[in-house]
Design a protein around this ligand. Sequence first.
Ligand code: ZN
Length: 366
Amino acid sequence: MKRILTFTLALTFTLTAEASEKFAGIHLDSSIPSFQAKIIKEDLTYLHNNSIKDIDSQFKSMIEVPKIDGAHLYNWVYNRVKFIIGEDYQLRGRNLVSQKGHRFPSTPIPPSVLNRTNQYAGTIIMSNVGAELYLLGKLDNILKGIKLDNKSVFAPSPRVGILQVGEGHFLERLLINKNLNSEANKIKRLGTIIHEARHSDGHSEHIGFIHNKCPEGHSLGGFAACEASSNGPYSLEAVAMKTFLLNCRTCSVEDKTKIQTAIADAFGRVIVRSHVKTEAQLRQEMASYLPVIDFYIGYIAANPKLGATYVKELERLKSKVKECEEQLKELKAPIKPQRLDPRPEGPFEEVSVEKSSNLMKASLAR
Ligand SMILES: [Zn+2]
């Protein structure tokens, strides 16, 4: 494990771009290894120049653009992503800046932030640092930001658009096929970009379309890697990949299957229920608790001096059965994921499609 890490660091060190650059208006920081920056640029170009013919109907209703074509989709991303930093960028020490006296809107904070759950501790693929900085700033009531090329970039809105990209975004085992530049891999990575861009949206309790805890029984149960809305990052990622797949010219049957699996995985994280158990599982669980409860009741009655430990255990078992009953009720009255208002809070500038397209064209002409 350590060797892999050392190797990766050495590789990143030698391949890190010498200077930051702007591509299609987006600041690509010098902390991004140059091979990664090259791929990001090619992916964004693919998005912008995509002549989308077939559109998934859900994508159309979920993404707030007047027209679905490459230029409008790039514009949607550009309005939510303005800076990309590399995995080696240290989000601490002198790189962090703050400014007193900023007035944050007096909207509520997502409850999950006040009571943070476990983050999924896997390989870093990508994260929306801007939304996080905004949220942390709002919590501490101080404007927060980071230093990029000796300039302070503050986050007065989740729309500041700072993403951090990790090596997972480029790892073969997390992609579709061996060819990093293939159309299928571009589709997978663009799904991730669109997912992260969505985290720049939302307000109040759903600021940054912050993830919810995955329910009990889910493969990611307990981790903040699910969503209860119908238009959050995972939903959007899924329908965006669906649309790109419909228009893929070079995807093989195997590529298509793998992208469809990735779509299913993203949809699998859209879940309102508090559990993913079946009725049979719940009934079985209850059936195994009930005799134990009966035993404890009899045992405690026969031995009144047993003490609090036994009574406590009995109460715990009873509450488990109650939980199962609640979960059964939930199964019988399924709730549908709700659409959330994507409008972000705080000040931000909405860039026109003409302007973002011109930025792209100017970069491609260089
Ligand atoms: Zn996310």
